[in-house]
Design a protein around this ligand. Structure first.
Ligand SMILES: NC(=O)c1ccc[n+]([C@@H]2O[C@H](COP(=O)([O-])OP(=O)(O)OC[C@H]3O[C@@H](n4cnc5c(N)ncnc54)[C@H](O)[C@@H]3O)[C@@H](O)[C@H]2O)c1
Length: 356
């Protein structure tokens, strides 16, 4: 990769797809999960803040910054549930990694695909620590853009071999079944959430709606199940009935953000939750008994994106899956920024004269 500091490697959507296909989707998610786990294990040294959200009637636009003191990263991401009906993505994103020592960017990349990969990697990583041992079947409620990534990550990281799929739109379920045809996962289309959760040890909810929805009612959740609640990730946007939360051991990424955005916005502000990073370091317990209901109240936190950016930055080395962007004005004499502009004017004028 380039060593010129003014030139920033840029990973387009096309190049991200090539990189992921080159590495393999399952390998990519497994390795991103390893990067996330490594970063969660050094959680206290990160700069942390709930993401900065700008809400409108139709969606949200968010900035997600963090730093480990050596690198700084941020993601721009939107969430617009109505987009899908207009032929647009519900979630799109891009992000940047920078060197803390200079403040210069070292990577700019698409993150729509990367977000799907990191969200699925994070979900499966949480389940690795919380789901019942030997789980083989996952119910997948909401079969949109994130769904196949979730199914594949749970296959690769947690050993799931069967996915029971339900969506209010059967066309979404058909799409998932088509896309997962040669994945090694058995897929079962279901006509209701009740049918989807039958025999499932893990339930993933990944729907998009801008309201307090009830995707899962209390009677659907039996003892011993692990719930991976992905779709409730904004104020006023949840998926689980409150009674499920009251019966569950709740695990979260970063409490100050999850209390605003997660399923637990339905509970008292001091309702006990366990931070996942503490489970990963061994400071807190994960699942302690077979009948316990564990819930990962996923909202997506900046450190997961930082880990994914770090992963892409590492994996790009020695490949051609990036372009070089002339992004940072960096004159040879640092104080001569205006002089650089004047010299560019002279050079440009001579170019124009020689072109005539
Ligand atoms: N927690 C995180 O880190 C994280 C990351 C990315 C996305 N998300 C969230 O995940 C959700 C899904 O994202 P996506 O990109 O797959 O969206 P999408 O719009 O592509 O898919 C959502 C699917 O949910 C279905 N659906 C809506 N209401 C339903 C219901 N009541 N029952 C069953 N299915 C229903 C829709 O028909 C659609 O197929 C969004 O809410 C998004 O904000 C969370």
């Amino acid at each position: 990769m380039t060593k010129k500091l003014n030139v920033v490697p840029f990973v387009s959507v096309d190049n991200m797809m090539k990189l992921v296909l080159h590495l393999g989707v399952k390998r990519t998610m497994t390795e991103i999960a390893d990067y996330i786990e490594a970063d969660f294990k050094r959680w206290p040294l990160f700069d942390k803040t709930p993401r900065v959200a700008s809400h409108s009637d139709v969606g949200v636009i968010e900035l997600m910054p963090t730093s480990d003191g050596e690198m700084y990263g941020f993601k721009y991401v939107n969430g617009h549930p109505k987009n899908m009906k207009e032929g647009l993505q519900t979630v799109t994103a891009f992000g940047l990694l920078a060197d803390v020592n200079t403040g210069y960017p070292i990577l700019l990349t698409e993150m729509t695909i990367l977000t799907a990969l990191r969200t699925a990697a994070m979900s499966a990583l949480a389940a690795k620590h919380l789901a019942p041992k030997g789980a083989t079947t996952m119910a997948m409620i909401g079969n949109g853009a994130q769904a196949e990534f979730q199914a594949l990550a749970f296959g690769a990281i947690c050993g799931i071999d069967t996915v029971r799929l339900y969506d209010t739109d059967p066309a979404a379920t058909e799409k998932c079944i088509r896309n997962l045809a040669n994945s090694g996962l058995a897929t079962v289309p279901c006509r209701s959430p009740e049918e989807a959760v039958e025999g499932a040890q893990i339930i993933t909810t990944c729907t998009a709606d801008k309201q307090y929805a009830t995707i899962l009612t209390d009677n659907l959740v039996g003892a011993g199940v692990h719930i991976n609640a992905v779709g409730g990730d904004c104020p006023g946007k949840t998926e689980l009935h409150r009674d499920i939360l009251l019966r569950s051991s709740i695990f979260v990424e970063y409490p100050p953000q999850t209390r605003i955005e997660g399923e637990i916005q339905q509970l008292e502000p001091d309702h006990p939750v366990t931070e996942l990073w503490e489970v990963m370091t061994g400071a807190a317990k994960g699942r302690t008994d077979a009948r316990q209901i564990t819930l990962f109240d996923s909202v997506g936190f900046a450190i997961e994106d930082f880990s994914a950016l770090r992963y892409v930055h590492d994996r790009l080395k020695g490949t051609y899956f990036f372009e070089e962007l002339d992004m940072i004005a960096d004159p040879d004499e640092p104080r001569d920024l205006y002089g650089m502009l004047l010299r560019a004017k002279d050079a440009w004028q001579s170019e124009l004269i020689s072109a005539v």
